[in-house]
Every structure is written in C-alpha cells, then in structure tokens.
Design a protein around this ligand. Structure first.
Ligand code: FAD
Ligand code: N01
Length: 535
C-alpha cells in the first residue's frame, strides 16, 4: 500500500484564503500542505481571466492587512485592480512568504473522511502523480464561494462547432475575437464587465439577457497617487476601521434614511455617489436594504440613468430591472456597459420572453430565432458557496456525508464549522458575511479565528473541536431571521441558490455585517469557544 503522508493540516485551495491560512499555520509551528486544482495560485483571479475582469473593491482595501511591511512594499496601479495585477500580487505573496514549498498544484481533492478512531482526516487527492491520501489533524476548506463555474444544461451544447468559453474558466492563452461573431449569455457582473471589452473587438456581438441587473459606473483609472500616499501613511487605522464596519470596508454605509430625505437631497446624494463610482450607491442611505419604498428611489435613479445613456428606447426598456430591489443581487460595477448598446455592432436579445432552446452546430436558437456565431461566451455564473464543498465527498463522524447533512441547504455554526465534522473548518462558509462583504477582510478574520482556535486546542491539550448541534441550529436560525428582515430574499439570486436548478432555496450569507459577526466570533472565543464540544 502507498505511504500515507501525515501533516498537521490540509488546506484545500490556493486563493486569498488558502495562502494566508498556510502562512498563519506555519507561523504557529504546524506542518501544512495546500492542495490546489489549478496550476497556479490566485483562486478567483487564476480562473477568471475574461476580458475586463477586475475587482470592484478599491485596491488599497482589497488586499491583505496581516503584514504592515507587505502593504508598504506593494504598489497598486489602478483604482480597481484588473485580474493580471491581482495575479501578480498573489504570486508576489506566495514568493515573499516562501509558500510554494507547501503548495501542491494541479491536485484535486476528491474526498475527505474523518476517522473517529485516530481523530484524523484522510484526504484523498487526484493528480497526474496518481491518487494519494494525506492524513491530517485539521482539514481547512479554502475552496472559495465562487469557484465552481457552471454552464446551464443547454440541449446541443456539445454540437457547437465554434469556440466555447465560460468567464469563470477562461483560457490562459489570449483569446482574439477580432472579426468574429460572438454571443454572450448572461448579464451578471461577469457579463457586464466583459461585454464592453468584447464589443470593442468583435465584429458583431449579441448579448442574451434573461434578467437585467442594476449596474453603476466604476469610474476606474490610475490610482490617485496622493490618495495612495495618504492610505499608506494611515494604513493601520484604515485596516482597523474596516474590521468593524458592516461591509469590511473602512467607511460606514449612509446613516440617513432615503425616505426621510427631501427629494432634492436624495438626488444630490445619489448624484454624488454616481459620480464617485462603485457600489456605494447601493449603501448611501440606511433604509435601502430594508424598505422597498426606499429602495425604489435608488432603483428609479439608476433606471433614469439607463434611459439617459442608451439611445434606443426599446433597448433601454429591456435593460431596466424591475424584478428585484437594488443590491439584492450583487450590484454590478461597470465600465461603459450601458453605452456599449449604442454601438452599431451590438445587439441585446431578451431571453426571458423567448428562452434559449438549444445550442446548434452553428450558434444558438431561441424560441423566436436562430443566431450564428464563431464563439459563444457563457457568463452564466457559479454554483456559489456550497458548490466547491459538495463537489468533494466530505464524510464526518460515523461516515455521515456533508451532502446528506446539507440536503435541505447548508448548516454551519458561524459559517466556519459543522456539527458532526470535527476539526474541519470552512473559510467564508455559508452563514458568514463572506460574499456580502469585502472578501479579503472576511477571509483574514476567518483565518485568524481558525488559527487561534487551533492554537487554543493545542495549548490546552485538546484533540478535537466540533460545534454542538444546538449552537449550530441557533446560528442558522439567526442567519435566516436576519435575512428575512431585509429585502434580500425577494430576488432570485445565487445568494439563495436560485440560479442552480434543484438547489435548496436558503439564503446563505450572514447579513448582519462584518463588525457584528467579528464581535460574535470574538465572544465565542473569549468564552472558551462557547457552542463547541472540545475534547
Ligand atoms: P478562491 O479564490 O475561489 O480560491 C479557491 C481555490 O480553491 C480555487 O483556486 C479552486 O481551484 C480551489 N479548489 C476548490 N475546490 C478544490 C478541490 N476540490 N481541490 C483542489 N482545489 C480546489 N470579492 C470582493 O470582495 N471584491 C471583489 O471585487 C470581487 N470580485 C470578484 C470578481 C470575480 C470575477 C469573482 C468570481 C469573484 C469576485 N470576488 C470579489 C469574490 C472572490 O471570490 C473573493 O474576493 C476571493 O478571491 C476568494 O478567495 P478564496 O481563496 O476564498 O477563494
Ligand atoms: O454570475 P451571475 P457572474 N439562460 O450568477 C444568466 C462575483 N463577480 O459570474 O439572472 C439565460 O451573477 C443569469 O440570468 P438570471 C460577484 O459576486 C464580481 O456574473 O439567472 N441566462 C445571469 O444574468 C457576482 O455576483 C465581479 O436570469 C442565463 C448570468 O447568467 C458573482 O461573482 C465580476 C441562464 C449569471 O450571472 C457571480 O457573477 C464578476 C440561462 N439558462 C463576478 N443561466 C466584480 O465586478 C444563467 N443565466 C467584482
């Protein structure tokens, strides 16, 4: 039988989460290995190489804060870094902290099974080296919330003779659309970022939209050097502030209610945020996330902008969302998205009224018409939050499968640990603020908390940690109750699993905010990990 490797911790995934987790555990003297499916580090930024891919959190805040030297050394060039710059950053981090010697790339974790007898996780991997098993005291899933891209099950997909792409699994080689007829399916953040760039290159672009989204201009550009100098001088305070706001960004959302503001004042605030650029428009008043009437004021503001920007009234009509409140699906942040529809080579097709029926050898056919393409780009999103975890055959105490436990939707204590799965942790798992926040802030908080928990176990001679079922139940109930107080459940969003046929409809992230969540996690730790059974 092949040798079974032993480490203190297995970490799955080499994005922002896995890289920092490795650094942190090493610093505590633990041995760890990171398994990563891709052939490089970067996670999201490794896979999402589509034209126009960039983040929508400003560069000074979408970065690690754990080492003040790192934040002084690194130089961002743009207000919102694009995918290549984020990849350079994460590769720099991997080198700077000598992480690569414990990274095993091109290795997929297929199963993780807890052995109650030895109190070890047996982690099975598959790679070109063959199938292997690694045993570990701790197993940390840093597998990402948006890492399982999916193309809907369109009839005839295999028959298409042209090029097929998914934004979330983009090739590493340059893709050149010059002179080509391109179809893009999907108008979420990925579609909205890539459409203007593809339109500028392709001979002809047809966009297939099922649901219009609210989008606001990014107002991207070179990073203002004076602002950057000030951030660097004040970084410690800025980072500290970010830890305690609802969003994980170093500024609080608007404190005033839109419904209490005079119409002129509301207009002034909306204009100010539109000019500033970015998603803060959706957070500029305190009642936008909880009152339909308040939300409608910002929704109407964006619809008016669409009318102003888009020349063709019928296209403008199709682009205006009416089916969900602003922010209940992630608001999109774009560069010239709406204006792209004024180009003569771009056409918008509504596939709500006439759905895509099949992909044909030469293009696709909707209920109304057939289209011919040289390339089809699927910007159709992800099996979010649970997809990557459930793709692994995870089995806890007594062989119980996570797939069984989560049959009716994910359940976890603090979004970090599950009853029945001792010493298994998830970074930004369901039930934590994760995708509703600046993810790097949330990732660091989770990694720090998990590392401190492991340190506590070791310092106290404890072998295992597992949430109590009643603590988990109470947390899940709290997460649901908070979500129900907001407008979030009104949208058919991936937050709810609504984009994957058959997925249980459960609102997955914690809406209470990064600051409140951190306080709760700190309180649990201060009370000797209240809600956990430690042995
Ligand atoms: P990921 O970066 O997703 O990394 C997880 C890794 O785990 C992947 O590399 C994957 O290959 C690996 N993995 C998964 N399963 C297995 C397995 N079974 N075996 C081996 N390896 C496995 N967040 C923001 O806060 N601001 C933004 O502006 C922003 N922009 C985004 C733009 C895009 C296009 C997308 C898709 C997401 C964006 N996000 C943004 C969310 C983003 O996912 C997080 O900010 C962050 O990068 C997540 O890091 P992570 O390490 O937790 O997960
Ligand atoms: O995916 P999505 P995404 N027929 O699920 C459509 C982050 N991100 O990759 O809404 C026709 O949002 C679907 O239509 P509908 C961010 O958190 C951030 O764009 O289901 N259309 C929708 O239009 C984001 O929220 C950035 O009706 C179909 C689209 O495909 C998350 O990642 C950039 C269809 C999918 O949109 C996911 O974004 C990129 C079908 N059968 C991503 N099936 C930043 O800017 C699906 N669609 C930071």
């Amino acid at each position: 039988m092949a040798r079974v490797r032993e480490v203190d911790a297995v970490i799955v995934g080499a994005g922002f989460s896995g890289l920092y987790m490795l650094h942190k555990l090493r610093g505590q003297g633990l041995s760890a290995v990171v398994f990563e499916k891709g052939d490089g580090v970067g996670g999201t930024w490794y896979w999402n190489r589509y034209p126009g891919a960039r983040c929508d959190v400003e560069s000074p805040y979408y970065s690690y804060s754990f080492d003040p030297e790192l934040e002084q050394e690194w130089e961002w060039t743009e207000r919102y870094p694009a995918q290549p710059e984020l990849m350079r950053y994460l590769n720099f981090v991997a080198d700077r902290y000598d992480l690569r010697r414990d990274l095993q790339l091109e290795t997929t974790v297929t199963a993780a099974e807890y052995d109650g007898g030895t109190n070890r996780w047996r982690v099975s991997t598959s790679s070109a080296r063959g199938d292997e098993v690694t045993q570990a005291r701790f197993c940390i899933m840093a597998t990402g919330c948006l890492s399982t891209s999916r193309i809907p099950d369109f009839r005839g997909l295999e028959s298409f003779r042209g090029e097929v792409y998914h934004t979330g699994a983009w090739p590493h080689e340059d893709v050149d659309f010059t002179g080509k007829r391109v179809g893009v399916v999907g108008t979420g953040s990925s579609g909205i970022q890539s459409i203007p760039v593809i339109a500028a290159q392709a001979e002809q672009l047809t966009v297939f939209q099922r649901t219009p989204n609210f989008s606001v201009p990014a107002k991207n550009g070179p990073l203002d050097q004076e602002f950057w100098r000030q951030v660097k001088a004040d970084y410690r305070r800025i980072r500290e502030d970010a830890k305690h706001t609802p969003t994980g960004l170093p500024f609080p959302p608007g404190a005033d209610a839109a419904l209490e503001a005079a119409p002129e004042e509301r207009q002034r605030v909306f204009d100010e945020h539109w000019t500033l650029g970015g998603f803060r428009l959706a957070q500029c008043f305190s009642d936008l996330a909880v009152s339909n009437e308040a939300n409608e004021t910002v929704a109407e503001y964006i619809r008016t902008k669409i009318d102003e920007i888009v020349d063709d009234p019928e296209t403008a009509r199709l682009l205006k969302p009416y089916d969900h409140p602003v922010g209940t699906k992630r608001i999109c942040v774009d560069t010239e998205y709406y204006a792209t529809y004024n180009r003569p080579n771009v056409q918008l097709v509504d596939v709500r009224s006439a759905p895509i029926e099949e992909i044909t050898p030469t293009g696709l056919r909707t209920a109304e018409q057939e289209y011919e393409f040289d390339a089809i780009v699927f910007a159709t999103g992800f099996d979010a939050m649970t997809g990557a975890l459930l793709a692994i055959d995870i089995r806890g105490r007594d062989g119980v499968a996570l797939r069984e436990k989560w049959e009716a939707g994910p359940r976890a204590y603090l979004g970090v640990s599950m009853a029945g799965f001792p010493n298994l942790f998830t970074v930004t798992g369901p039930g934590s603020p994760s995708v509703l926040s600046n993810m790097v802030t949330s990732i660091e908080q989770h990694v720090d908390w998990i590392a401190a928990h492991i340190e506590y176990l070791d310092a106290n001679g404890l072998q295992s940690s597992e949430p109590l079922a009643e603590a988990e139940d109470a947390w899940v109930e709290h997460v649901n109750a908070l979500a129900d107080m907001t407008l979030f459940p009104q949208a058919n969003s991936w937050y709810l699993g609504a984009n994957v046929p058959g997925k249980p409809r459960v609102f997955m992230p914690y809406v209470g905010g990064v600051g409140a969540y951190r306080a709760k996690c700190d309180e649990v730790a201060a009370k000797s990990y209240e809600g956990f059974a430690l042995a």
